[in-house]
Each structure stands twice: as C-alpha cells, then as structure tokens.
Ligand binder design. Structure first.
Ligand code: JHZ
Length: 390
C-alpha cells in the first residue's frame, strides 16, 4: 500500500438538503502498487452502477476543458479523420462536449455514456449517445454497421475495472485500420506534485507507460505515440493501433526510459508520498485555522470530485468553509459528500477574503478570471503541492 486516505464517501456523491441527516455510504480509499505489472491501483472497488449511472460532473461546465477539447478534435481530425465516412466513437462521452466538436468538423459520431442523466442531455442536443457502459459486447454491436476510424476516451480509462475487456473491445472496434486515442492523468505528476486528491473511488488505475505497454501487447496492439498535456494537473494523450500499423514515434522510448530512470518499477519511488501527503494536510489545516482566528471569510472555489477527497481527508467542513461556488448547474443547491458544505452558483466575490482553490488544475485560468477579486485584496489559497496564498 502506498497511501491510505481513510474511509470516504464516493467523491461525486453530492447530496440534497433532505439527505443531510441520513447515513452516507463510505468505502476505504487506499492506493496500492503492484510489484509485478507496476500498475498503481485501488483494490477496494465500489460498484460501477452506483458510481456512474447518475453523474454530476459535466464537461461543459469548465470552460478551459471545453477549449482543450475543441483543439483536440481539430488536431485528431487533421491527423486521422479527413476521409468522408469516418466514424468517431467516444467512450465516456459525458454531455457530448467533445463529440460536438467532431460533429462540427463533419465526422460521424457515436457516444457511449453510462450516466443516464448525461446521455439524455447529449441526445437532446443531437449528439447520438448510447446509454451504457463500454464493453467488448457493445463493440461487436457497433461493427455490425461499421468500424470506428477513431475511438476516443478521455479521463475514463482509469474508471474501468476490466481492462482486459476494454482492450478486447477496442481491438474489435478499431478493426485493422482505426486508432484508439485517450487521455489519462499521469501517475508521475500525481506523485511528484502530491496530487493525492485525484485518488478516489472512480479512479481504479493510475497509469504510467510501463504497465500500459504490457497490457496492449496482449491484444496485438501497440502504443505509437505519447503527447504530454497540461490539463488535470498533468495528463498523457496516448495513441494506440494494431501492431505495425503506424511508425512508432520516439516519444514512446523517451517515456519508457524516463519511467525506468525515475524508478516507477521500484517501491522506493512511492515511499515518501504518504508522509508528504500527511504533512500537506497539517500545513493546510494550520493555515485555515489561522485564517479563521483572524475572522477571515473563507470559501471553496470549485466543487470538483477531487475537492471532496481533499475536504474529507483533511476534515475541512463548514467550520472552515462558508460555502463553495461552482459553475455546474447539476451541483448547485447540493451539499458536498461527507463534509456537507453547501454549493452555490458563482457570485460576486467582493465580500470574501480567501478562496480555497479546490479546482487547482485550473489555477491559471481562474486567477485571470478573478482578477477583480484579487485586485480588491482577495487571496487564493492553493492547496498543493504545498499550500500557498496567491
Ligand atoms: P475538474 C474530473 O474530475 C472528472 P474533477 C473525472 N472524474 C475525472 O476523471 C477527472 O476530471 C480527471 C468547476 N469550475 O475538472 C466545475 C468552476 O466552478 O477539476 C467543476 O465542478 N469555475 C471524470 O471533478 C470543477 O470546478 C471554473 O472557473 O476533479 C472542476 O472539476 C472552472 C474552470 C471550473 O474535475
């Protein structure tokens, strides 16, 4: 085990006011490293039907990720999709934000999204979406009409328990000529930047390249390119195809060599992480306690899933935070799981002193957006890698 975050409610289980006095389900949140395949993973698995059928995270609520997806679609289109009848299938298509961009570019699209509320929203805006979990079975259904030119999956591979079935489904769906492109938060950034709050029950795997190479090999597939992205605290965009279909970019060897040099295949790489996380908690609580003693009004900025891990692990409740502001309509009016902090729509920040930036992955964009708050003396408390006021 490399990290123990205690028993926690699932981090996207926002609750209604009338549920505040009900008992919430909590599950162990512990991170393990496998000394055989080197995958970092959870072993306490919460049933996927429970986590993903009604989902509060909406891609369209975060402007920077919408921008990122717009460029992403254009790049993938330029590189792989300029034929007339190209089909893009997206796994975990959420509210259809990315597919919308592909549709604008003229490709055929199909979303696969298990959250009933989100697939409904996507279909209402004419983004054709199947309300189901991805599986090899679904792939067999889809290829009855055609193979996918591109299968795309962002921030979702880590959510899938049966990686064997995932890869087998990908292999079927891309056929001989398609590509599989996905983005996933990078383990090296998680460890180096102490992004411990991205560990939550939805994320079953924490990927690096070493275990992925072995996984795809079992299915006659191979990684032909890896491109680092800045979103979500450090992400990899990984390109996969059938073996020998694409020239292997030198990036693959660069990543493998770097991971070996860092020692991702040795337990020593992970040993300090847990102690550093415990120290971060102490430092953060010390700052918040001081602010409250000084009678400062402190609120949370953004209610991401990871924010709930941070709040629950550190025990930050309404004694510290008056409320949290968030742009997601589905989260507004609800309370955070575990710590029960009310979530409200973004408003005028003039009467507040300090914003605890729970959506720290959007720090640069949010600090620009809230220029007036900062010019008027407001401060952001950035929780990690080291709590700091800005
Ligand atoms: P954000 C997501 O996790 C979802 P989360 C998912 N679990 C995953 O795997 C990871 O990404 C990688 C709000 N916000 O993107 C919107 C503002 O209020 O950090 C969101 O609720 N104002 C699938 O939930 C939240 O913050 C703003 O200006 O940790 C951000 O959530 C902006 C930019 C965002 O993801």
């Amino acid at each position: 085990m490399i990290l123990d975050l205690g028993e926690q409610p699932p981090s996207n289980s926002f609750i209604d006011k009338n549920e505040l006095n009900s008992l919430e389900s909590k599950f162990p949140l512990r991170l393990f490293w496998c000394n055989n395949c080197y995958l970092v993973q959870l072993l306490d698995i919460v049933e996927k039907e429970y986590l993903f059928r009604n989902y509060f995270y909406m891609t369209s609520a975060s402007k920077p990720i919408v921008e990122h997806f717009k460029k992403y679609a254009q790049d993938v289109y330029q590189e792989f999709l300029q034929k007339d009848d190209s089909l893009v299938v997206e796994i975990g298509s959420n509210d259809g934000s990315l597919l919308k961009e592909f549709k604008k570019l003229g490709t055929l699209i199909l979303g696969i999204e298990p959250a009933t509320n989100l697939s409904k929203l996507a279909n209402q805006s004419n983004i054709t979406t199947k309300n189901t979990f991805f599986s090899s079975h679904i792939s067999k259904e889809i290829i009855k009409s055609r193979h996918a030119t591109v299968v795309i999956a962002n921030n979702v591979i880590a959510h899938i328990e049966d990686l064997q079935d995932l890869m087998s489904g990908i292999k079927i769906l891309i056929g001989d000529h398609g590509v599989f492109i996905f983005e996933v938060p990078y383990l090296v950034d998680l460890i180096k930047n102490l992004e411990f709050d991205t560990v939550y029950h939805e994320h079953l795997s924490y990927f690096s390249i070493l275990p992925l190479l072995e996984l795809v090999k079992q299915f006659g597939l191979e990684i032909f390119d890896i491109r680092k992205q800045l979103v979500h605290g450090g992400t990899l965009r990984i390109f996969i195809s059938k073996k020998d279909n694409h020239q292997i970019n030198k990036s693959v060897k660069i990543f493998v060599d770097k991971e070996k040099k860092l020692g991702l295949d040795k337990i020593e790489f992970y040993e300090k992480f847990s102690l550093d996380v415990q120290q971060l908690k102490k430092n953060l609580i010390k700052i918040l306690t001081k602010l409250k003693k000084e009678n400062k009004s402190v609120f949370g900025y953004g209610a991401p899933a990871k924010g709930n891990v941070l709040l629950n692990y550190c025990g930050i409740d309404t004694k510290f935070l008056d409320h949290i502001i968030d742009t997601t309509p589905l989260k507004q009016g609800k309370y955070t799981p575990g710590m029960h902090i009310p979530i409200i729509p973004p408003s005028n920040l003039n009467n507040d002193d300090v914003a605890l930036l729970l959506a720290w992955n959007y720090e640069s964009e949010i600090l620009i957006k809230e220029k007036i708050f900062r010019n008027n003396g407001g401060k952001f408390l950035i929780p990690l890698p080291k709590p700091i006021m800005k």
